[in-house]
Structures are given as structure tokens and as C-alpha cells.
Design a protein around this ligand. Structure first.
Ligand SMILES: Nc1ncnc2c1ncn2[C@@H]1O[C@H](COP(=O)(O)OP(=O)(O)OP(=O)(O)O)[C@@H](O)[C@H]1O
Ligand SMILES: [Mg+2]
Length: 250
């Protein structure tokens, strides 16, 4: 029988949904204009959206539509021309460069098409370096083991990047991005350099990280099959979001 106070207890059987989960990303009237000589390119044009914890958002759109620019702003790598970008409540658009770097280290993990691992360090060394650079949260051996297990990397820890397949390198890059438990994982064409089998493995792992750890993910992709693993698909064109629709992940 339920106790009289059961209504006050958190309901652990309910997973967070898009409706009740905390907001991780709140973007308001975001604009980025690049100036090249006399030409101004409005790469992101007055974009507004929010992403809640546990969402998996795929961003699609033609080449040049502003996807990477938007992701670089969300990742604190680029300061927007105007608008606000709250990541876990902190506005990346108005803080100093130093503060933005701190927020990035604490709250955001980023994966790129090129894996960007340190070539002279083993997989393990790359992870340890990330822990030591970002590590105000302190290292968490149980989390590290869980990540390595989920990404199927335990047997490759002592290999250097050149001794790993492309898929393995990208999985190390994903582990590195998540080692400090960021609120937000950003991925820009993470399967762009992979063959179809390795792409599938990396996408499956992103989906599991989202479903099993409630990791919030924003994924940029040209590939409709990759986009289809998202719970929501945003479409960009000419710097604007022209469609924002829920998706049933396949
Ligand atoms: N550093 C830069 N300086 C000037 N213009 C830029 C710069 N980076 C991007 N752009 C321009 O901004 C627009 C958006 O570029 P962005 O890289 O964000 O597009 P994208 O959607 O990621 O494209 P792709 O799918 O090819 O990666 C393009 O017109 C591009 O030429
Ligand atoms: Mg791009």
C-alpha cells in the first residue's frame, strides 16, 4: 500500500520528458553576422529555441545554412553578434572570454568530424588530460568505467590514435567529451569521416548515452538516418530555423 506521503516522494519510475525536465539550452534572438571585407554574412539569423534535459536534438540543413556556426556559439567557441545563449542558466553571450571557457569546460562536451585527439597520447592519456583540464567536478572512476563500457573501449585504452580505427577514435572522442559529465553534448557531423558500419556504431552509442544516462545531445548531420535517431529535428535554412518537429527515434 502506498504511504500517505507517497505523493511527496520523487517518482523514480517516471523518466524526464521534454515537458517537465529542466532547461539546458535557452537561445533567444540569436544572431551571428560574419564580416568579410565589405560583405556581411548573416550565418545565424534571429534564432530562438530551448532544449530540455534528456532531449536528443538533430539539426539538419543544407551546406552553409549556419549549423556549425550555431553549434560553435552553443559550445562557447564563438561569441554571437547579438542575442542570448543560456547554458544551464548561464549566458555565454555576455560573460568574459575567460568565464565562457570555464562554462565550456564544466558544462559542455563537443565532438567534431575530425576526432582531434592528441596523437602522442594513448586513449587513456587523452581521457586523463580532459579530466585534468576540465576537472572542477573531480574525476569519477565509476562514471569513467561506465563510459568505457558503453563505448566498448576497455580493450583499447593503451592504444594511441594512429593505432585505432576511425570508429574507435571517434568513440574515444565521445568518451573524452563526456568524461566530466557535461550537461550538454554537442556533435558536429561526428560520423562524417566514418564508413557506414562505424557510423552506425557511433550513432547507436550516442542514442544509448541519451536513453540510458539521459545525456542531452545536439547532433548536426547531413545524414537523414543519423538525424532520425533524434527525439526532435530542427531544420535550418539561411541562418533561420524553418522547422522544429518531434521525432520518434528509430
Ligand atoms: N569564419 C567565417 N567567416 C566568414 N563567414 C563564415 C565563417 N564561417 C562560416 N561562414 C559563412 O557562414 C555561413 C554558415 O556557415 P556554417 O559553417 O555555419 O554552415 P553549415 O550549415 O555548418 O554548413 P556545412 O553543412 O557545409 O558544414 C556560410 O555562408 C559560411 O560561408
Ligand atoms: Mg558545418
Amino acid at each position: 500500500m502506498p504511504s500517505p506521503n507517497s505523493e511527496c516522494l520523487p517518482d523514480t519510475t517516471t523518466t524526464l520528458t521534454a515537458e517537465n525536465a529542466p532547461v539546458v539550452v535557452a537561445v533567444q534572438s540569436l544572431t551571428m553576422v560574419y564580416k568579410v571585407g565589405r560583405v556581411a554574412v548573416r550565418a545565424v539569423d534571429n534564432v530562438t529555441f530551448t532544449v530540455r534535459q534528456g532531449e536528443f536534438v538533430s539539426i539538419v540543413g543544407q551546406s552553409g545554412s549556419g549549423k556549425s556556426t550555431l553549434l560553435h556559439i552553443l559550445g562557447g567557441l564563438l561569441r554571437p553578434t547579438s542575442g542570448s545563449v543560456l547554458i544551464d542558466g548561464q549566458d555565454l553571450a555576455t560573460v568574459s572570454d575567460r568565464q565562457r571557457t570555464m562554462i565550456r569546460r564544466q558544462k559542455i562536451g563537443i565532438v567534431f568530424q575530425r576526432f582531434n585527439l592528441f596523437p602522442t597520447l594513448s586513449a587513456e592519456g587523452n581521457l586523463r588530460l580532459a579530466e585534468s583540464i576540465r576537472g572542477t567536478n573531480g574525476s569519477d572512476p565509476a562514471h569513467r568505467r561506465e563510459l568505457l563500457r558503453m563505448l566498448n573501449l576497455e580493450h583499447r585504452l593503451h592504444h594511441k590514435p594512429l593505432e585505432l580505427s576511425g570508429g574507435e577514435q571517434q568513440r574515444v572522442a565521445v568518451a573524452r567529451a563526456l568524461i566530466n559529465r557535461p550537461k550538454l553534448l554537442l556533435a558536429d557531423e561526428p560520423t562524417g569521416n566514418l564508413d557506414s558500419e562505424n557510423s552506425q556504431t557511433v550513432l547507436d552509442m550516442l542514442r544509448r548515452l541519451n536513453q540510458e544516462l539521459q545525456q542531452t545531445v545536439i547532433l548536426i548531420t547531413h545524414n537523414p538516418e543519423a538525424a532520425a535517431i533524434g527525439s526532435r529535428i530542427l531544420t535550418m535554412r539561411d541562418g533561420k530555423i524553418i522547422a522544429d518537429r518531434p521525432n520518434s527515434p528509430q
